[in-house]
Design a protein around this ligand. Structure first.
Ligand SMILES: C[S@@+](CC[C@H](N)C(=O)[O-])C[C@H]1O[C@@H](n2cnc3c(N)ncnc32)[C@H](O)[C@@H]1O
Length: 336
């Protein structure tokens, strides 16, 4: 019998089903995973798959009423480029894993096209996670709502005497997760941090076009593995949908850096693909091959025991919840 984990859909409690395995068969050192790896490493085939993956992404998004090409065009034709100067740290040295082709973009996350498409891609990810939702809002209520609820409940349970004053969103991309955090915790000061100055430029541009906030969001171009920010300066550090894009050594560094940045009693929250998700374990061969062709570190992510990495970094109360059918949220506390 497959185990199941409870999560709230925002309209009552539903169970998100776990599969029978520890992780999908198409990851790690299994014959299936090695076969997919060999196919992807064959360059001509890789180019076709990369192209296919991109077409699938765009057409599935548009089928669910996400105007991918229209959103992209609007950003590319805007004044977003002017934000770059105030955002980019030109002395930043990128970690080598970040310079790989990625998500079917030759320059990875370091391009205007990737930045202009990132919000539509995020919406699409949320829609894919909840195919039975009738709208993006409904899907967000589950995916983002349950993630935020897991953070809030963990903090209330283990750090109720700590007022949430400062929140850091590492790997904030174009600011979608940062804005969700800012809306959920309006009294807190939010910082969004990312390695891509293009993504941050879009984040800053979009935020400038929105209603002003009492606490404006600050955007920082830095490596989350070694931010240069002062120790013990945040009450919550969140890392959403970043780890599956990182090699194991970066995941470890990011967790250690989060520990350093949090105040005693502070809460760390990671959300990303769950290796135990029944849906991910049963993904069709075509889909998982396409996915692996654009996500070079997926295997390393699935093979990393995140809870162990967190415990080794010094975190306590490490708690994992399947917050939607595809994603887990792992929360943890820095001891007092
Ligand atoms: C899928 S996006 C995150 C999405 C966003 N957090 C959300 O929930 O909508 C992953 C992001 O991680 C960033 N990233 C990857 N490695 C990083 C690192 N070492 N430091 C900071 N950002 C990193 C990438 O630039 C990218 O913007």
């Amino acid at each position: 019998m497959a185990a199941s984990t409870s999560g709230s859909s925002g309209q009552g409690t539903v169970a998100f089903e776990e599969g029978q395995l520890e992780r999908p068969r198409w990851t790690g050192e299994t014959p299936l995973s090695l076969l997919v790896g060999a196919l992807i490493s064959f360059k001509p085939l890789y180019s076709v798959m990369k192209f296919g993956a991109r077409q699938v992404l765009i057409s599935t998004a548009e089928k669910t009423n996400i105007p991918w090409r229209e959103m992209t065009r609007k950003i590319l034709e805007s004044d977003v480029y002017k934000e770059m100067e105030s955002i980019e740290d030109t002395s930043l040295v990128y970690p080598d894993y970040y310079l790989n082709p990625f998500h079917a973009y030759d320059e990875g996350n370091l391009s205007w096209l990737a930045a202009a498409e990132a919000e539509a891609a995020t919406m699409s990810m949320v829609r894919r996670a909840i195919p039975y939702a009738s709208s993006l809002d409904e899907a967000n209520q589950i995916v983002r709502g349950n993630w935020l609820k897991a953070i809030e409940e963990h903090h209330q349970k283990y750090s109720q005497d700590i007022v949430i004053r400062d929140i850091l969103d590492i790997g904030c991309s174009v600011g979608v997760s940062t804005r969700f955090l800012a809306d959920k915790f309006p009294a807190a000061k939010l910082t969004g941090l990312d390695l891509s100055p293009y993504f941050l430029a879009v984040a800053q541009f979009k935020e400038k076009q929105s209603n002003p906030r009492t606490n404006p969001i600050r955007w920082i171009h830095a490596n989350g593995e070694s931010t240069g920010l002062p120790s013990k300066s945040y009450d919550i550090v969140s890392i959403a949908y970043v780890f599956h894009e990182c090699p194991a050594r970066a995941i470890k560094n990011l967790v250690n850096e989060a520990f350093r940045l949090l105040r005693p009693g502070g809460t760390f929250a990671l959300t990303d693909n769950s290796p135990k998700s029944k849906i991910l374990q049963e993904l069709s061969p075509v889909l998982f091959t396409l996915m692996k062709s654009t996500e070079p570190f997926l295997d390393e992510y699935y093979l990393t025991d995140i809870e162990k990495v967190m415990t080794e970094a010094g975190f306590i109360k490490v708690t994992t919840i399947l917050t939607d059918p595809r994603h887990r949220t792992v929360t943890a506390t820095v001891p007092y």
